[in-house]
Design a binder for this molecule. Structure first.
Ligand SMILES: *[C@@H]1O[C@H](CO)[C@@H](O)[C@H](O)[C@H]1NC(C)=O
Length: 193
């Protein structure tokens, strides 16, 4: 009889082998069967999870030039009586993440700030995914910092408060060093780098 531990090890070894095999580009077709997803499915999934947010919000694809877009969620609290921070809070998610990481924070933040923006960084979530051609650390950093700056200009935000989580905090710090006149505060939540 097949011992269950032996079985688990065999399954683990098999799935490990399969992922390595699928990771090689020669097997693109099988890979597409293994990970059956698309932009449309991503959008559908995003719509579903965004239902968690109770406050009204706008969502738009902000064009930052070169046919590149930044997926943006904007919450505007128009209350005249509430005591709100009259500022633009910009949320930068962490590595391999996206707007969805803030879903459970958005309502609360919107009750404190006039404007809250959550965006998918370039190359992440439903933002554009251009070929990543950076060769150096500096170039890699600019990929994120420059696209964030172009986004800010498009949105016509004179001043922002940047709240970055993890890798987003690393980018927030670099952005603040490069554009100190724009950034009112930087909030580093569990930063890396
Ligand atoms: C605006 O802020 C007030 C006060 O904090 C809060 O009660 C209200 O729910 C907020 N409205 C929106 C749309 O977030």
């Amino acid at each position: 009889m097949f011992h269950s531990v032996t079985w688990s090890v065999a399954v683990a070894a098999f799935s490990g082998g399969v992922s390595i095999w699928l990771a090689s580009t020669r097997y693109q077709f099988f890979r597409s069967l293994w990970i059956p997803t698309s932009q449309a499915k991503l959008e559908e999934a995003e719509k579903l999870v965004m239902k968690t947010v109770k406050s009204p919000f706008q969502q738009r694809q902000v064009e930052i030039g070169n046919n590149l877009y930044i997926n943006t969620v904007h919450l505007h609290n128009n209350s005249q009586t509430a005591r709100l921070h009259e500022t633009n809070l910009v949320l930068l998610h962490g590595f391999g993440a996206g707007i969805g990481f803030w879903l459970l924070n958005l309502d609360h933040l919107s009750s404190k700030f006039r404007n809250v923006y959550a965006l998918d960084m370039l190359g992440c979530g439903r933002s554009s995914r251009p070929r990543f051609q950076a060769k150096t650390v500096g170039e890699s950093e600019l990929f994120f910092i420059d696209s964030l700056e172009k986004w800010r200009q498009q949105e016509e935000l004179d001043k922002i408060v940047l709240l970055g989580h993890s890798f987003g905090a690393y980018i927030a710090g670099l952005y603040a060093i490069k554009y100190p006149n724009v950034v009112e505060h930087v909030i580093l939540a569990s930063p890396v780098g």
